[in-house]
Design a protein around this ligand. Structure first.
Ligand code: UDP
Ligand code: MG
Length: 333
């Protein structure tokens, strides 16, 4: 009998939680010799998500919920799920049913065939705007060019099955600025991509916007390649050579032909160009500096408030331990 834990990060998903469990359960019940359990992570929702999860876990033995102390972002919420998942494998799924539960049977099949990381690859990005698609294309192209040690998987997201080996490896990587997609790739092991179509959101609204996507892309680049820094060095060299050549040209023109070179326009162009490049390079250095700044503090990736109704306290060895606290009333008196 295999055990598989389904991890579901939830942020303001009150409308879909009740739908999620029976829908997924209907699919996984049919899979033979496999016992499923669920870890829902409440990522500091501001709506009734936590209440819904309490009800769900009270009604079903196979449901655990972890409630974080505030909103930490999907990447951190997934990590919380990975830390607490007990199964021989985990499957990470969005709460909004955009990831089709019908794909789970295939994932299990490939896992049993010996694959460690069975990832859903979206076959259509049709529901997305032209701009979003182009941005995604650009991102993958840049990452492919610059990350030398391994290749970022295309159109592959967080919908995937991970073997225990991958989970233990991911647990070792406690970095704060988590670009999970890159981390999955970094881990390696045997990967299999299975195609799936992204479903429309069952209910609720997406939390993503262009700024968030841009930030994610920047995080991806700064945490997985230092190539932009190198690029700036090259650019600086090329510009210096260009400036030297131009100086020689002006010099020759003045000496040989007594040609008075137009001062203002040339100066203006060169100054603005160089100024731009300088600010850009400073910005790029700043991005990496910011990464070092965040990582050097070594803060935990998330804090747990409660697990299945039990109050939790942070301890470095166990990440969260049940706190043997007195009821709040006694503290107050
Ligand atoms: N999510 C989360 N924390 C956040 C934002 C999102 O746990 O701060 C969860 C959300 O509940 C959902 C999944 O991440 O299960 C994907 O989010 P969403 O559907 O908003 O993104 P999209 O599918 O549009 O990319
Ligand atoms: Mg979604």
């Amino acid at each position: 009998m295999d055990t598989v834990t389904i991890i579901v990060p939830c942020y303001n998903e009150e409308e879909v939680i009740d739908l999620f469990y029976p829908t997924v359960q209907a699919h996984v019940e049919k899979i033979p010799d496999c016992r499923f359990d669920y870890v829902f992570v409440n990522d500091g929702s501001r709506d009734r998500t936590l209440d819904k999860l309490r009800e769900l876990s009270a009604a079903h033995d196979d449901v655990t919920y972890i409630s974080l102390s505030r909103n930490f972002g999907k990447e951190s919420a997934m990590m919380a799920g990975i830390d607490y998942a007990a199964g021989d494998a985990v499957i990470i799924m969005d709460a909004d049913l955009q990831h089709p539960p019908s794909a789970i049977a295939d994932m299990i099949k490939y896992w049993r065939d010996g694959y460690d990381d069975v990832c859903g690859k979206r076959v259509d990005r049709a529901g997305e705007t032209w701009l979003k698609r182009s941005c995604a294309n650009l991102f993958y192209a840049v990452m492919k060019k610059f990350s030398t040690s391994y290749e970022m998987q295309r159109d592959v997201g967080d919908f995937r099955l991970l073997d225990r080996r991958c989970i233990e490896a991911l647990k070792l990587m406690r970095e704060n600025q988590r670009f999970t997609k890159g981390l999955f790739t970094w881990v390696g092991y045997r990967k299999k991509e299975i195609p799936f179509e992204v479903q429309p959101r069952a209910a609720g609204t997406t939390t993503w916007n262009y700024l968030a996507l841009f930030n994610l892309a920047m995080k991806g680049m700064t945490s997985f390649t230092t190539a932009p820094l190198r690029l700036m060095t090259f650019l600086g060299m090329i510009i210096s050579f260009g400036a030297m050549a131009y100086m020689l040209f002006v010099f020759t023109m003045a000496i040989l032909y007594g040609d008075p070179v137009a001062g203002y326009p040339t100066l203006m162009t060169v100054m603005l160009f160089l100024g731009g490049i300088q600010i850009l390079s400073l910005g790029i250095i700043g991005e990496y500096l910011a990464q070092i700044f965040h990582e050097s503090k070594r803060r935990p990736i998330y804090l747990v408030d409660e697990i299945d109704g039990k109050r939790m306290i942070y301890t470095p060895q166990f990440v969260a331990t049940e706190i043997n606290a007195k009821p709040k009333k006694e503290f107050d008196s």
